[in-house]
Write a protein that binds this ligand. Structure first.
Ligand SMILES: Nc1ncnc2c1ncn2[C@@H]1O[C@H](COP(=O)(O)OP(=O)(O)OP(=O)(O)O)[C@@H](O)[C@H]1O
Ligand SMILES: [Mg+2]
Length: 530
């Protein structure tokens, strides 16, 4: 029976055969139930031609039967019927999950409020009074169908969201236990079950603290995270907790505990945990690699220092030779003086003093070299950079004299101390001075000499700068200057500046180069004040 056929006859008022009225998407179905054919006829006429598929039933039993097979969206249900009355039909429809979402409107001649309340209690949503007013029937039906449609859309969206949530929870690699305000687990995702070795049935309903068991020093990490969250409503986290699974094997975990609110009320929360065993293993491997890298870097730094000394050896030999020659000369003078009669004690003492001072000079040179080439001892000291620069200048002076270049020191009057490995910082300053002098060897600015200065910057750093008047940096050199093996010298190794960079960086400072407007280059580095 179809409302599209406006010419309904009483013959058409037989109960609809539910079999051929399986639910389809459209049109919407309305089941009309009344034992009175006249009433049915009126309802059919009222609702036909409005795009609905109309089904009819003349008693309670067939109404239930058709509702089951035809799945109408709405039932207009007479209350007073022989056999099963409307209340009972409505109750049974609502009881059965297959028909519970069918909207029921009672048709009633009863005006008693108690009857209406009883109807609403059985699950109906509205009443239409007999005798029917066409407009009222249409208006109530349309309103309820609209609500029904919205409810359907809403519940289908809810189902979709729930399915999506479920998919997300299932696909997450983090373990998730949801718990109520008493700390009882209310859901567990597959990862949580996998990590703890529990089944979902074992976990759900059990206290969270019995299922997620921290070990060792973190013994009550889960309980305290959960209690704190349940008292304050605030999230909390622990980044390294040892958790034992069911078979007693322990794994390292990151834990995060977040609240779940329903409106204002705190309903419980979720404990999210991630196995960080692999992350920790990788971190340990990385730390080890970094440690090895540090050792290698120190070796390179040391080798580079030895190589610098090797290059400067001839100069130093010459430097030491001078006091040795002087000592030898004064010794001969002393011998002669001792043979003279009477003994000229005064001259002898003077010669001896010269011998001793020249020996100290030679010893000074050798001890500077020895301390410069010594193995790294990771020893950080509070150092006055002015003194450090003076020592370096003494080392570099040998080269400077050989090249005919003067070293000018412009040292700040007072400098705060820095905490550094003095030998490494000397190495940086010496490298920069030697690079500068190499750049000046054939440059016209050579007569200006090379400058080394110290200054305090922003009460935070000591800055040491080496300014030369050499040939300047090669074109585009800035990008590669501090990378290993970049050199423009035929006998250069190209590691000096890269070693300087790693030394300064490990001391928490910066190293950079500027082209001087008047020619030449300034290399500067900073060291944080102790
Ligand atoms: N003061 C400077 N003026 C101009 N160019 C410089 C200066 N200092 C460094 N450079 C450029 O940077 C390059 C790299 O310097 P670095 O000290 O690292 O190596 P190197 O001096 O070539 O060799 P070595 O490893 O023996 O020191 C130099 O070859 C040179 O081209
Ligand atoms: Mg160099």
């Amino acid at each position: 029976m179809n409302s599209e056929n406006p010419g309904q006859t009483s013959a058409a008022l037989n109960d609809t055969n539910g079999q051929d009225t399986q639910a389809t998407d459209s049109p919407e179905r309305i089941l009309l139930v009344d034992d009175n054919p006249t009433n049915l006829q009126v309802l059919l006429q009222t609702l036909s031609g409005r795009g609905y598929k109309l089904l009819v039933a003349k008693n309670g039993e067939s109404a239930l039967n058709i509702a089951h097979k035809g799945k109408p969206a709405l039932v207009l249900l007479d209350i007073m019927m022989p056999g099963i009355d409307g209340y009972e039909v409505c109750r049974r429809l609502k009881e059965d999950p297959e028909t519970s979402d069918i909207t029921v409107i009672f048709l009633s001649a009863l005006d008693d409020t108690r009857d209406k309340v009883k109807g609403l209690e059985t699950g109906a949503v509205d009443f239409i009074s007999k005798p029917f007013q066409a407009e009222e029937v249409i208006a109530r039906v349309e309103t309820q169908l609209k609500i029904h449609r919205l409810e359907q859309a809403l519940s289908s969206r809810n189902r979709q969201l729930e399915a999506e949530n479920q998919r997300i929870l299932e696909s997450m690699s983090e373990g998730i236990f949801g718990f109520d305000a008493e700390g009882t687990i209310i859901f567990a995702n597959p990862a949580a079950c996998h990590m703890t070795g529990l089944s979902e049935t074992e976990a759900v309903g059990a206290p969270l603290t019995d299922m997620l068991k921290p070990q060792g020093t973190a013994n009550n990490a889960v309980a305290s995270l959960m209690d704190k969250m349940l008292t304050t409503g605030e999230s909390g986290a622990e980044d390294d907790v040892l958790i034992a699974n069911r078979s007693g094997d322990a794994f390292d975990c990151e834990l995060a505990c977040n609240p779940i609110f329903s409106g204002e009320a705190l309903n419980g929360g979720v404990m999210v945990f991630r196995d960080i065993t692999e992350k920790k293993r990788q971190q340990a491997a990385l730390d080890k690699a970094l440690e090895e890298l540090k050792v290698q870097q120190e070796k390179v730094t040391h080798v580079s220092r030895l190589s610098t000394m090797g290059e400067m050896a001839a100069g130093f030999a010459h430097e030491v030779n001078q006091p040795l020659t002087a000592i030898s000369n004064y010794a001969q003078v002393s011998q002669r003086l001792m043979k003279r009669e009477p003994l000229d004690t005064e001259s002898l003492i003077e010669a001896m003093e010269k011998i001793s001072s020249q020996a100290r000079r030679a010893g000074g040179i050798i001890s500077r070299i020895r301390s410069f080439v010594k193995k790294p001892d990771h020893c950080l000291e509070k150092v006055d950079c002015n003194r450090l620069v003076q020592d370096v200048v003494r080392l570099a002076e040998v080269d400077a004299r050989n090249n005919g270049i003067e070293i000018h020191s412009e040292l700040a009057e007072t400098l705060p101390a820095v905490r550094v490995d003095p030998v490494q910082i000397q190495q940086v300053a010496l490298n920069l001075l030697r690079n500068g002098m190499e750049a000046m060897r054939d440059a016209p600015g050579k007569t200006e000499g090379i400058r080394i200065s110290t200054v305090t910057v922003n009460d935070e750093f000591v800055e040491i700068a080496v300014k030369d008047r050499g040939h300047g940096l090669a074109e585009g050199a800035e990008e590669k200057l501090f990378t290993p093996f970049y050199t423009t010298k035929s006998d250069g190794m190209g590691i000096g500046l890269s070693v300087c960079m790693s030394i300064i960086q490990t001391h928490g400072g910066k190293l950079w180069a500027d082209r001087n407007p008047e020619g030449g280059t300034t290399f500067s580095f900073t060291l944080p004040i102790a």
